[in-house]
Design a protein around this ligand. Structure first.
Ligand code: DGJ
Length: 738
């Protein structure tokens, strides 16, 4: 059992091969943290790690047996107001107006496995032996509320997951104003904070900054996780690189507004808080009611950033994503969005699909524009019945014809939205989120349906189930193209309006749950104007996500590189699109567009009829290559070799679990004149194994140690001079057969 309770010392030691996490029940009954980091040897007591003793201005929470000053104490779920002046994990308002709380130890349970927290998404185990869970019950007698803190440690992964639940038993109502998923106090501040931030079409750019005293944070108050900040942050030592060094990664399994905050106090300790954003949240609890926070996943690595990411990939690919498609090879798809936008009819679609089939594509996806009067983005969202002018035989007729071509059929939907110009809105004008007497702010000409109300979710479910259930649909792209404004629900009491933003996401999860239950074999891909809701919460329902609306291969290097910090390659929807590129108007070689997209859930976003016969041959080869290697690409171990954020070259490689095979890619953005050689050092290979290596201009047999330490000399001038800018190549490494 990797969770030991040391009764004498009142300590819990959670550990596996790689990490230790030590919790102390402190003299005042609250939970303190003694250590989080690389595995240390178990002993009866680590009491020496509890830092007690006074400083000037210190409030003494508990004088005996030693002065306990919460301000200087590392804690598990701190609260502001009783001697700790930093931001805390919870604030609870009582009927008398007090916001003071203090939760102290009552009991605990240790058990094998991990409990579900549905309706919230979370990581899971398939067998009890994969993880052990500690549940500590704390109580605030004044409130009459229990706080249950849960910790799960995985046996084989350096992963600890956490969440908190409030069970209210007191007679008076309380209101949770802040209820974070977890807090982590670290004893020093010599870290750099890594975050994935950006905007539409440049999602999840990697940022790294030195921690300073005070607050640094990432957040979303947009109602969804957003393109601006991803619900992930990491604290790495200054010397931590891709290959070596310590890093703590924090990732919130949630798709709504969130806050990830790092506070460095003036005694240079670090506090991480992660959870639902308190400024868009208030949750009243009456007697007998409970509130469950989302799950926080913490990964510790002392082998650099690539290792941290690999651990996230393994966990999220195999123990967060679920269902029929989790481990299956993903189909090569072609999506018509950039080929036609909304200007299509059945003939055009079949023409595109026919060519796709001939070229090797396996799944055709019909994007936006197939329903109601949807000829532009001013109308028809909400009218989930087929546009017979475009598709006379409906979705069912079209899907039959696509199947007859030998392709699977996929469909785009945007269930959470409505245009005012729609029959659905006319019938239900009060079903959008909007504040009484206020302007209803449009975005992309559309409004957000009030998914905090079950009857709204029921209505959308009914319409879409009809369409999906009556056609041969193998894939759904679930889009979401605006953020929330005027987040007020007409179906909710005034005192409960603070619940609406979280309840909206619970409504989204509810609809996903119904669809994935009703149609378990459909492959779901989430999307939000590209990658504005690319988060672990979505991965629980949809094993892949459209990574970005920006399909330019060079821009994609940064987007996919950043995304790979947390998210598995199998989850990164990546397509080859036309040139000039529709977002940045850049002309990149077809080969490079393919080489970037192949490190993702691969597909095309263009009309292949418009390509020359030479280009079609290239596409055919790309598809053959993807089909041959997709299992390795998606289930292998991914290493980032050269960062697009640091220079002109990008490189990465995926190695099979048995280390006998690998596929890598090298990209050069601009063609440098008279450039020298680049020494590309590979990773993840077996030192003693002899490999056959093939890349343009260089094939041969090399030992793993040579490839990893001496590296491959790349003569940039010679290899890439014919392509010019935006050049790239794939390379293949395979164990030499005896
Ligand atoms: C945004 C998506 O990211 C695009 O791929 C496309 O589906 C459009 N929405 C359709 O409106």
């Amino acid at each position: 059992m990797p969770i030991i309770y040391h009764e004498q010392a009142n300590q819990f030691h959670l550990y596996n091969q790689s990490v230790s996490y030590i919790i102390q029940i402190m003299a005042n009954g609250q939970l303190g943290n003694l250590y989080y980091g690389k595995r240390i040897t178990d002993r009866e007591s680590y009491a020496y790690l509890l830092e007690t003793g006074e400083r000037s201005h210190a409030a003494i929470t508990c004088p005996e047996p030693v002065s306990l000053c919460l301000q200087y104490t590392k804690q598990e779920y701190p609260a502001y107001g009783t001697g700790d002046y930093r931001y805390g994990a919870c604030i609870v308002r009582q009927e008398n107006g007090s916001r003071i709380s203090s939760f102290t130890y009552v009991s605990h349970k240790i058990f094998g496995g991990k409990r579900s927290i549905e309706p919230l998404p979370a990581t899971y185990v398939e067998e009890e032996k994969e993880a052990v869970t500690l549940e500590v019950t704390l109580r605030d007698e004044v409130l009459g509320t229990d706080l249950i803190l849960s910790y799960t440690i995985y046996e084989e992964l350096p992963v600890i997951t956490r969440h908190a639940r409030f069970d209210h038993r007191g007679k008076e109502e309380i209101v949770l104003l802040t209820a974070m998923s977890g807090a982590v106090d670290l004893p020093d501040c010599d870290y750099e904070m890594i975050q994935l931030s950006g905007a539409w079409s440049r999602e999840r750019y990697l940022k790294r900054r030195v921690l300073e005293q005070g607050i640094q944070s990432i957040y979303s108050m947009r109602g969804i996780s957003s393109a601006e900040h991803n619900p992930f942050l990491a604290l790495a030592r200054k010397e931590t690189t891709e290959k070596s060094g310590q890093v703590y990664g924090f990732s919130l399994v949630y798709s709504g507004s969130f806050l990830g905050q790092v506070e460095v106090c003036t005694h240079d300790t670090t506090r991480v808080l992660f959870g639902i954003h308190p400024d868009t949240f208030e949750w009243p609890l009456k007697t007998g009611e409970s509130f469950q926070t989302p799950e926080l996943v913490m990964v510790y690595s002392d082998q650099g950033l690539s290792h941290m990411s690999q651990m996230f990939h393994r966990l999220y690919r195999t123990r967060l994503a679920r269902g029929y498609w989790r481990d299956r090879e993903r189909p090569v798809l072609l999506n018509n969005w950039e080929a036609t936008y909304m200007d299509f009819n059945e003939e055009k679609i079949l023409d595109i699909a026919q060519k796709a089939k001939e070229t090797g594509v396996e799944l055709f996806v019909l994007d936006d524009g197939w329903f109601g009067e949807r000829n532009d983005d001013y109308r028809a969202l909400g009218d989930w019945y087929v546009n017979k002018e475009k598709l006379p035989e409906g979705i069912s007729g079209l899907s039959e014809k696509i199947e007859a071509l030998g392709l699977k059929f996929g469909l785009w939907i945007e269930p959470e939205m409505v245009n005012k110009n729609s029959r659905f809105y006319e019938a239900h004008p009060d079903w959008i989120l909007s504040a009484p007497g206020r302007y209803e702010t449009p975005s992309r000409n559309q409004h957000v349906l009030d998914f905090s109300r079950k009857k709204v979710v029921d209505a959308v479910y009914g319409m879409l189930k009809e369409i999906i259930g009556n056609a041969r649909i193998s894939y759904i792209k679930w889009d979401m193209n605006r953020y929330l404004t005027e987040c007020y629900s007409k179906g909710t009491l005034p005192e409960s309006q603070g619940m609406v933003m979280h309840k909206f996401i619970l409504g989204v999860y509810d609809l996903y749950t119904r669809f994935t239950r009703d149609f378990p074999k459909i492959l779901f891909e989430s999307c939000a104007s590209g990658g504005a809701r690319f988060d672990p919460g979505m991965l629980y329902f949809a094993p892949q996500a459209w990574c970005s609306d920006n399909t330019d291969a060079m821009d994609r290097l940064k987007i996919q590189y950043g995304t790979s910090m947390v998210y598995p390659i199998s989850s990164i929807g990546a397509h080859v699109s036309a040139v000039p590129n529709h977002q940045v108007h850049r002309i990149t070689p077809l080969e490079s567009r393919g080489n970037a997209a192949i490190f993702g859930a691969f597909g095309y976003e263009l009309d292949l009829n418009k390509l020359t016969s030479e280009e079609i041959e290239v596409v055919k080869q790309q598809i053959v290559c993807y089909k041959k290697y997709r299992k390795l690409l998606h289930q292998g171990t991914f290493y980032r070799l050269k960062s697009p954020f640091e220079g002109n070259d990008t490189a990465w490689i995926t190695v099979s679990e048995d280390m006998e095979q690998a596929v890598g890619a090298y990209f050069q953005v601009l063609n440098p004149v008279n450039a020298g050689w680049l020494r590309l050092r590979l990773q993840g290979l077996c030192q003693e194994m002899l490999y056959q290596v093939s890349l343009p201009g260089m094939t041969g047999e090399y030992f793993g140690s040579e490839l990893m330490y001496a590296g491959i000399p790349i003569d940039r001038g010679r290899l890439l001079k014919e392509t010019g800018d935006f050049a790239s190549f794939l390379f293949f490494v395979k164990k030499k057969q005896e």
